[in-house]
Design a binder for this molecule. Sequence first.
Ligand SMILES: Nc1ncnc2c1ncn2[C@@H]1O[C@H](COP(=O)(O)OP(=O)(O)OP(=O)(O)O)[C@@H](O)[C@H]1O
Length: 388
Amino acid sequence: MQDTAVKKQSKDLLLEVNNLCVDYFASNGAVHAVRDVSFVLRRGEILGLAGESGCGKSTLAYAISRLLRPPAYITGGQVLYYPRGHEGGATAAVQSKLPKKGRLTGSNGDEAIDVLQLSPSELRAFRWSEVSIVFQSAMNALNPVMSVGDQIIDVLKAHRPDMGPNQRKKRAIELLNLVGIASDRLNSYPHELSGGMRQRAVIAIALALNPELIIMDEPTTALDVVVQREILQLISDLCREFNTALLFITHDLSLLLELSDQIAIMYAGKMVEKASSVAIYDHPRHPYSHGLLNAFPNLHGPIRKMVGIPGSPPDLRFIPSGCPFRERCPLAFEACSEVVPQLQPASLENQQQLAACHLYDRKFRPQGAPSAAEVAGAYESLIEGSRA
Ligand SMILES: Nc1ncnc2c1ncn2[C@@H]1O[C@H](COP(=O)(O)OP(=O)(O)OP(=O)(O)O)[C@@H](O)[C@H]1O
């Protein structure tokens, strides 16, 4: 029974990122923006990526979608994409543009595409039909001199040559309705729509070709809180309805708690914790995750005392030895400046909650992991100390 379950789970793999590294070769030194990041994303899963500004979230998203431009270079690692089977909803025209030759065998034994090796034409097919990308301030990226309907129809024209004009128009109306925009807005121009509606139109375009994965980088930051929540709910409902996986990036961890199945937390280019949203909310293990969780107001759950994290992240050109968070960590000890911690299960009870922190490694801390209260207390003392 268990074997079948494990096999089925691994069959659901959609994206596998292995030891990805990205540097910006700036004139004043190489900025190590993404450092040895590994994670998997399953079909239909919503993964939230959080971390302070500058920790490498956008760079990671650009690297996965092969949108990096010099001076950014991928200096190591692998991005594997597991294409859907024949039963999937993709159009045959689009499927055929993905390479058949040179496929690798992924970690679950299935055929995988090596995204970092795709040719420009394969990349175009991959980006629209398999992966849609919505980047920061996307709602201002709509073409101001084209109606929203025509912008959707344009995407269909380019990628669905099998569709006739009537089918394309019908699909554009269907997509607008899906995101809560009435059909009579088909001929509206972006300036005739509110910010929230423009963002909905962008989501409709992202969904146009039934992608398997949508990557969204801070898509709602320009909106007020109420509209932001409506849009997040819409995104989550649509992803659940179509079993679309979502990689959602924000610096606001509280937004991710409701939206995501899994949350990954980045600090100074590294992934420092990955777990289900419930586990992160109930008991964040990495001291950085704890600090981040208490740095934002939360609309639900018990009231938490907002404390913030004193100090600032390191310059990514000169990353300190050992744990990159140690200089701000209230519980850092000797090993933290000597050994780089690796992501590993943080507790025996939950092997799926991974943290890159020596506090959870018996080799370095034989007395066992600190309790949540201990981490909170250590933060309070740190803050008191920084005020004194
Ligand atoms: N063109 C560039 N040249 C040099 N360094 C860069 C360049 N673009 C980004 N960086 C640096 O790379 C690091 C990661 O940036 P990135 O934008 O990926 O972070 P982020 O977590 O997405 O931040 P934000 O939430 O502010 O978008 C930062 O330290 C940033 O200063």
